[in-house]
Design a protein around this ligand. Structure first.
Ligand code: AOF
Ligand code: ZN
Length: 370
């Protein structure tokens, strides 16, 4: 049985967990609150990869956790990974009750953490605010359950659905608040995927910039401590060595056709490359995503032009679209949101709009293919 007080404490644990959303990956970000006699005695959230799990942070903060109730947003781990099993640490500290929001979808934990606690005589409750906890770590859950993280395409368009002028000119469609929102999307992603057309056209940097995140200073500093991997689909290796994506400010991977040899200049620059076979009219995008899975990428952001985003949508590789709609009209010669050659109404792609909200003067639409 859980009470209204339990719900309040779990909400607090969820808010704490959010503090790790830009830094815990590939770990899921988790929050933990320790309470004795209605008073919080310790709390913590998942530290950057390799660091303490939320429970250990909370136990250390409490000092003495004898007889406490622990509220944890994810089942405490039962395995020895980069850090020790949290279930054992809670038992050793004398925690008498553990309230958990959701089971760990990681098959090496999956219920074992709860079993361990029960076997040690700890009172266990699981499922409090489960939907909220799951919504916080969709990429980790997807990677554990399906073997692939969550792939999200970010697109910016005018009210008439245009993303660039015919010349390719596209800076800027959206306002500063939407661009800061994109910075935060980047910061919570493990990888950012783009096409060479975007690199050649915009000379984009695809980095997380501390000043541009528009977050409280401590959160911004934590978020900018790591940079997502920049992945450029560049079958013919046309990325110029002087491009911003090769400036060393973040790791970059050039995906290219196995048949194409890198130039001496690219080799000398030590650029990471992933040769891919061709599949259909382009590179094997599934193999690219498999590579990112092997690299433990929970959230993958596609920031590309209409061709790559359209191809990924048609292959069923996009789990989510985030579309920023600016209050402008760009006219009928401008480029469409996605390159999606459809002719008949029967072919139209249904979308489920999950959220729509104002971001500065723009609107952000979050949709999933239906
Ligand atoms: C917890 N508390 O705060 C988190 C957990 O390699 P390690 O040792 O860091 O373990 C990673 C796994 O631990 C991760 O895949 C997930 O199953 C779990 N994450 N568990 O008890 C936490 N972040
Ligand atoms: Zn743990």
């Amino acid at each position: 049985m859980t009470t209204e007080f339990d719900t309040r404490m779990m909400s607090r644990a969820l808010r704490l967990a959010r503090k790790g959303r830009y830094s815990a990956m590939p770990n899921p970000h988790v929050g933990c609150v320790l309470v004795r006699d209605g008073e919080i005695v310790g709390e913590g959230f998942t530290q950057p990869a390799g660091g303490n799990h939320a429970e250990i942070q909370a136990l250390e903060a409490a000092g003495n956790a004898q007889g406490t109730t622990a509220y944890v947003t994810l089942e405490p781990c039962s395995h020895q990974g980069k850090t020790g099993p949290c279930a054992d640490a809670l038992i050793a500290a004398g925690v008498s009750r553990v309230v958990v929001a959701m089971q760990d979808p990681n098959p090496i934990v999956g219920g074992n953490g709860l079993e361990k606690l029960l076997a040690a005589g700890v009172e266990v409750e699981c499922g409090l605010l489960q939907a909220e906890a799951e919504a916080m770590i969709p990429g980790f859950i997807a990677r554990m359950r399906t073997g692939r993280g969550r792939v999200r395409a970010k697109l910016a368009m005018s009210v008439d659905g245009r993303t660039a002028m015919a010349s390719g000119e596209s800076q800027w469609i959206t306002g500063p608040e939407a661009r800061a929102d994109v910075q935060r999307l980047r910061a919570m992603s493990c990888a950012i995927v783009t096409g060479v057309g975007t690199v050649l056209g915009d000379d984009c940097s695809l980095t997380v910039r501390e000043q541009a995140l528009n977050l409280p200073p401590a959160e911004a500093a934590l978020a900018a401590r790591r940079q997502p991997l920049r992945v450029v689909l560049d079958s013919q290796l046309r990325t110029p060595p002087g491009a911003k994506v090769l400036d060393g400010s973040a790791p970059t991977l050039l995906c290219h056709d196995t048949q194409v040899e890198p130039t001496a200049e690219l080799i000398a620059a030590g650029v990471d490359r992933l040769p891919l076979d061709r599949a259909g009219s382009g590179l094997d995008l599934l193999a690219m995503l498999d590579f990112l899975t092997a690299r433990q990428s929970n959230e993958i952001l596609v920031e590309s032009g209409p061709h790559l985003a359209g191809a990924m949508l048609q292959l069923g590789l996009l789990d989510e679209l985030i579309i920023y709609m600016a209050p402008t009209l760009m006219g009928s010669s401008a480029m469409p949101l996605l390159q999606l050659p459809l002719d008949r109404m029967a072919q139209k792609v249904p979308l489920l709009i999950e959220d729509i909200r104002a971001v500065g003067r723009d609107w952000r639409i979050t949709a999933v293919p239906g």
